[in-house]
Design a protein around this ligand. Structure first.
Ligand code: ZN
Length: 225
């Protein structure tokens, strides 16, 4: 899978001919600004997956991309309804089983967080080439073991900043529960309060005896995983 880090919790992923964005917060995102990532990065995106309504997760950008380029917004039912009411094409779903998106399957997962539009979610995305998990904003929860057992994600994008989400210690436990071989840290460093670091995640993984690889991206950076 080809990954481009928008910054904060935002990613673009290209795999098996499909281009998806996850939580593509751009306007006012200090991390995206640092990486010179602008709205044009969303041109040609097939689906924009948005985990919850908080302003740092890109619902506004997903709606804008839909209006400009026909991107479909994917999220929990109430969030998708809101996107539609704002003029976007949207697919509303809920926590449970797979949603089919042109060759890919997406499962909305539990997330321990808050949202003003429905419930917050994470996404497990299987493209045929790869299965990855974007946790959204969440604390660690035992059901991650079930996600690992059912979907076997090879790559996990996990928040590590603390304060609003998991910190490094909790994220290391999440990696253990998920059984993912690669972890991409996110939701850290954007604001001073999000103080967990990839180095702390590596140390926490070592402490638990977990050999997963931490794949770190700078905002704006692109790479194959
Ligand atoms: Zn949030």
């Amino acid at each position: 899978m080809l990954v481009k880090y928008v910054g904060h919790a935002g990613f673009l992923v290209e795999s098996s001919g499909l281009k998806v964005a996850l939580d593509p917060w751009i306007e006012g995102n200090p991390s995206a600004a640092k990486g010179n990532v602008g709205m044009d990065v969303l041109e040609g995106v097939d689906y924009a997956l948005v985990t919850h309504s908080h302003g740092d997760h890109g619902l506004v950008e997903a709606i804008e991309a839909s209006k400009r380029w026909g991107t479909e917004v994917v999220g929990v039912f109430e969030l998708a309804n809101h996107a539609q009411s704002e003029g976007a094409k949207a697919i509303g779903a809920n926590v449970g089983g797979p949603v089919s998106l042109r060759g890919a399957e997406v499962v909305l997962t539990q997330a321990l967080h808050s949202s003003s539009l429905g419930v917050p979610v994470g996404f497990v995305v299987s493209t045929g080439e790869v299965t990855f998990y974007h946790a959204g904003d969440t604390g660690v929860f035992p059901g991650m073991a079930l996600l690992g057992e059912l979907y076997r994600p090879e790559v996990a994008m996990l928040p590590i900043g603390g304060h609003y989400t998991m910190g490094p210690r909790e994220a290391a436990k999440a990696v253990e529960l998920l059984g993912a071989g690669k972890v991409v840290p996110m939701h850290y460093g954007t604001f001073p309060v999000l103080r967990g670091t990839p180095a702390e995640l590596r140390a926490a993984l070592r402490d638990r005896g977990i050999e997963a690889e931490v794949v770190e991206f700078e905002p704006g950076e692109e790479g194959e995983i």
